[in-house]
Ligand binder design. Structure first.
Ligand SMILES: Cc1ncc(COP(=O)(O)O)c(C=O)c1O
Length: 335
């Protein structure tokens, strides 16, 4: 793919999308597969959620649900909040982000830097912070005049944002995408990609990569350490008939996948990227020779430096994986 891009964008939001595709030569060298990573960390806010946040707000502006005086209210402790903060700042919209005590401190600083107002719930309700956050959103929507909830778990402008994610992947690979690996939470990414595949009658097999302990695909809820993929509530956007394979990845496999991506491809990515790498490696022995596999790598690794990439954290949670951080030799071919 020719990634030379000399476009001058009218503003930072216009530079969202058209992220690079990178060939991943070293992930599964024992199998004859063509593996590509869609580098969503290249979005200006650092993740795939820039696309979602922008599309949801643009859609609401078009529909007249938002005007210049609207306050956006959302419950998110991660990439969606950052994406919203970026788009809200650009449009001069007020934003209240409802978070809980588990929020990553670096993300909190990013949100404050973008000017978002933070409302922190401090106690769990009906056994979870998620319920407490949603109740707080409900309260804010009732009490803050002219407020709007993007509601990414049910808003169809969420999957719609990822129609172009799949179009970019498909065009980069000349319509030959045999397998797409996408991590799931709201299921906006995977459903937008699946919709594109269906509408263009492509033969792409869609592999959903979920976290062990996530309830999206009818598993019992369980404790999860890594934020990003997985969900504690069902998605209202998913159509399971569009998904060919579901893979549940443990926290340990997810962490191992992140370190392989780093050590074998020099890519410092977030947790869900490690999950898709692990899913690919599990499925690889069953895939046909020369299959084109596209992996959506959703965000960058900086916000995981105190967890996935911290030797102390690794030692605390996965002492048996202490070898993970040892550098490996990349197979770069010097001239
Ligand atoms: C890092 C990361 N990976 C994967 C996902 C899942 O994407 P989606 O909500 O579109 O299913 C998210 C969602 O926030 C995320 O932040």
């Amino acid at each position: 793919m020719n990634n030379t891009n000399h476009t001058i964008y009218p503003n930072v939001l216009a530079s969202i999308g058209n992220t690079p595709m990178v060939q991943l030569m070293n992930l599964c060298p024992e199998f004859n597969l063509n593996i590509y990573g869609k580098m969503e960390a290249f979005n200006p806010g650092g993740s795939i959620k820039d696309r979602t946040a922008k599309n949801i707000l643009m859609d609401a502006i078009k529909k007249g649900q938002i005007n210049k005086d609207t306050t956006i209210v959302e419950s998110s402790s991660g990439n969606m909040a950052v994406g919203l903060a970026q788009t809200c700042l650009m449009y001069g919209l007020k934003l209240i982000v409802v978070v809980d005590p588990l929020i990553n401190q670096h993300t909190l600083k990013i949100l404050k830097a973008y000017g978002a107002k933070i409302e922190k719930v401090t106690t769990q309700e009906n056994g979870s912070y998620l319920n407490a956050r949603l109740n707080k959103v409900d309260h804010l929507l009732k009490t803050v005049e002219n407020s709007f909830w993007p509601n990414q778990y049910a808003n169809h402008a969420n999957p719609e944002a990822h129609y172009s994610t799949m179009r970019e992947i498909t065009e980069a690979l000349d319509n030959q995408v045999d397998y797409l690996f996408a991590a799931t939470s709201t299921c906006g990414t995977i459903m937008g990609c699946a919709e594109y595949v269906k509408q263009h009658s492509l033969n792409t097999k869609i592999v959903a990569v979920d976290a062990m302990g996530s309830v999206i695909f009818d598993q019992a809820p369980g404790k999860r350490l890594i934020p990003g993929h997985g969900a504690g509530r069902p998605s209202q956007l998913i159509d399971k008939s569009c998904i060919d394979e579901v893979m549940h990845i443990t926290d340990k496999e997810c962490v191992e996948g992140c370190h392989q991506l780093l050590q074998r491809e020099a890519i410092l990515a977030g947790g869900s990227s490690g999950a898709v790498v692990s899913a690919l490696q599990k499925l690889a022995p069953t895939l046909p020779t020369n299959a084109n596999c596209a992996l959506i790598l959703c965000d960058r690794g900086e916000r995981y430096l105190d967890t996935i990439y911290s030797p102390e954290w690794l030692n605390q949670h996965f002492p048996e994986s202490s070898e993970l951080t040892k550098p490996q030799t990349l197979s770069y071919q010097w001239a």
